[in-house]
Design a protein around this ligand. Structure first.
Ligand code: KG4
Ligand code: ZN
Length: 338
């Protein structure tokens, strides 16, 4: 058996996986989320995340020992993410690679999210992806694992970040996405008229900070008298504006881009309301909408292995010297993911 061992520790999830390189089957996938540890802070605390990875990753690795003799390559997320968290994964990956005498491959986390659409299957290419996560909001055109071009990006916050911040303003906990989605299902989305970002702008880009501020002003306006129903209505009205914004800008891209396949990836792609809006848009534009399995929408090591398998097939490895945590850089439309 030819197996790949992959590690993901870019934020607050410690995840390790073993995947069969030839059949693409996931053999083991272990993940420990640190959500409960960060909850009281309303967001991820980098120093705490890194300390928890240092404890959790070796414990998870211990469970994968039976597969060690069949591991042919190690893959690890190198960027973007919290540098102190990424370092924990990279140090461990280098140690295992050296101990087993196998090559190592560094993987871009965003490419991982995109290839989460191809876990246990062959890539469907070319494809357009809307990447919506806690750190990113982009439309990407993918021709291969090496050719991924950003068509649109956010000029300020990401969608996931906006969900998390709105949840924090409403004292609902972290991560905010699933909580807001649940509340929104019980709310009136037409009660508050939050502005759809960049609605009258020709810019093919995303922006969430103005909407977030509009929500903040509404919450401040209701102040102490805010009720449970008010919170549900705010969540629903916020979500309505987010979807309208994502659809309006994606529509502009769909009008000029002939790629027939489309997928939403990243943590926010777990959201059913956003998914159903895009399912309709894809029907209108005659595009095939693909789905990421729910358990792979959030950060995981399986998606990192999925990209690395493509690099492995082309014998593209990283040297220990090259393989280092690279600082996150601002991504602009036209950039190619590296
Ligand atoms: O991809 P991910 O696990 O981590 C990053 O790479 O950032 O995404 C996490 C983000 C968080 O902001 C979380 O609130 C959001 O995904 N999220 C959701 C939902 N589930 C997770 N946002 C909206 N609706 C959801 N159901
Ligand atoms: Zn992610």
């Amino acid at each position: 058996m030819n197996l790949i061992l992959s590690i993901e520790s870019s934020c607050d999830d410690s995840s390790i996986a073993v995947t069969d390189i030839d059949t693409l089957k996931v053999i083991r996938h272990l993940k420990i989320s640190q959500e409960s540890e960060h909850k009281s802070y309303g967001g991820v605390v980098p120093e705490l995340a890194s300390r928890l990875h240092a404890v959790t990753l070796p414990n998870l690795l211990e469970k994968l020992k039976p597969y060690f003799s069949n591991i042919k390559v190690v893959a690890v997320t190198t960027h973007p993410g919290l540098s102190v968290s990424l370092h924990e994964g990279v140090i461990m990956a280098k140690a295992i690679s050296s101990f087993l005498g196998v090559p190592i491959i560094g993987v871009n986390h965003l490419k991982g999210h995109i290839y989460s659409a191809f876990i246990e299957k062959e890539p469907i290419l070319p494809i357009l992806a809307l990447l919506v996560s806690g750190g990113h909001t982009q439309v990407v055109e993918i021709k291969s694992y090496k050719s991924m071009k950003i068509l649109a990006t956010t000029i300020d916050d990401s969608v996931g970040e906006a969900y998390d911040k709105v949840a924090k303003m409403l004292n609902l906990g972290y991560p905010g996405g699933p909580i807001i989605e649940k509340l929104a299902s019980k709310g009136d989305e037409n009660r508050f008229d939050f502005p759809v970002p960049l609605q009258n702008s020709k810019l093919v880009a995303f922006s969430l900070s103005g909407l977030k501020n509009a929500v903040r002003l509404q919450i401040e306006n209701l102040a102490e008298s805010i009720t449970k129903q008010d919170k549900c209505d705010i969540a629903a009205s916020f979500q309505k504006a987010v979807l309208a914004h994502l659809l309006q800008k994606s529509k502009k891209i769909f009008k000029t881009n002939s790629i027939k396949d489309f997928v939403i990836v990243g943590g926010v792609s777990a959201n059913r309301y956003i998914n159903s809006g895009f399912a309709k848009l894809c029907r209108d534009f005659n595009k095939n909408m693909h789905k990421v399995e729910l358990k792979y929408t959030s950060d995981n090591a399986v998606m990192i292995a999925r990209v690395a398998i493509e690099a492995y097939k082309n014998q593209e490895f990283s040297s220990y010297k090259e393989l280092k945590v690279t600082p996150s850089k601002k991504l602009d439309a036209g950039d190619i993911l590296v």
